[in-house]
Design a protein around this ligand. Structure first.
Ligand code: PGA
Length: 251
């Protein structure tokens, strides 16, 4: 059985001086939750305070990106070693906003992913089609390319360590959620692709989150789908009560 995982992607929100208060609120509301892994992914500048705030709790810490290089002349980048040194456990890679605004490609996703795995960070890799791609019937081909190229040259053992987030771009921050049936169909496709590039065991064990306007009102019916193992939450992760309600919907 796969343990559900609900992660909050804070995006570029919350000052360093605000991070601890939000985490304290979340910690308090989810302290008795069992059977769902809880992760918060604040901006880099909040990570030090966030690491102190999550200490000793059942909330894990994640970052929103990681460099492919270990160190050196890469102005503006943050390495896996720097994240590990702060106590970061998870890292989001290939979010659609990075692909859309910052030139992230399946190739750079693959390089960042390898760096994260080499350092022992747990990657949360995002895939998802745009609205025009879905409408043109290209969703399966887009997902297949993102999975096969993003996860290229990884062993089954490495693939087993990845969390995948299926985030249809048209559902992110729009209030428009994929229906449970639409999401389930893509999650099942991703599992078939994992069986192809790794094996049946990896396909069964890898956790696949849904992301895109997940909120307390729709979280349960999404996570009740057989292949949906949690959520990657944007807007609703910025308030302790709505984030905690989504976590509890996964129990
Ligand atoms: P949203 O964002 O929940 O605000 O739609 C999800 C995400 O981008 O990870």
């Amino acid at each position: 059985m796969r343990t559900k995982i609900v992660a909050g992607n804070w995006k570029m929100n919350k000052l360093p001086s605000e991070a601890a208060a939000l985490i304290d609120g979340i910690k308090d509301l989810v302290k008795d939750v069992q059977g769902v892994e809880v992760v918060v992914c604040p901006p880099f500048t909040d990570l030090k305070d966030a690491a102190a705030a999550v200490k000793g709790s059942n909330v894990a810490l994640g970052a929103q990106n990681v460099a492919w290089a270990e160190s050196g002349a890469f102005t503006g980048e943050i390495s896996a070693g720097m994240l590990k040194d702060l106590g970061v456990e998870y890292v989001i890679i290939g979010h659609s906003e990075r692909r859309q605004y910052f030139g992230e490609t399946d190739e750079t996703v693959n390089r960042r992913l390898k760096a994260a795995l080499a350092a022992g960070l747990k990657p949360i890799v995002c895939v998802g089609e745009k609205l025009e791609e879905r409408e043109a019937g290209q969703m399966p081909a887009v997902i297949e390319k993102q999975v096969k190229e993003g996860f290229a040259d990884l062993s089954p053992e490495e693939l087993a360590k990845i969390v995948i987030a299926y985030e249809p771009v048209w559902a992110i921050g729009t209030g428009k959620t994929a229906t449970p049936k639409e999401a389930q169909e893509v999650h099942a496709l991703i599992r078939r692709l994992l069986a192809e590039i790794a094996n049946a065991e990896v396909a069964t064990s890898v956790r696949i989150q849904y992301g895109g306007s997940m909120k307390p009102a729709n979280a349960k019916e999404l996570m009740d789908q057989p292949d949906i193992d949690g959520g990657l939450i944007g807007g609703a992760a910025l308030k302790a009560d709505s984030f905690a309600d989504i976590v509890k919907a996964g129990v």
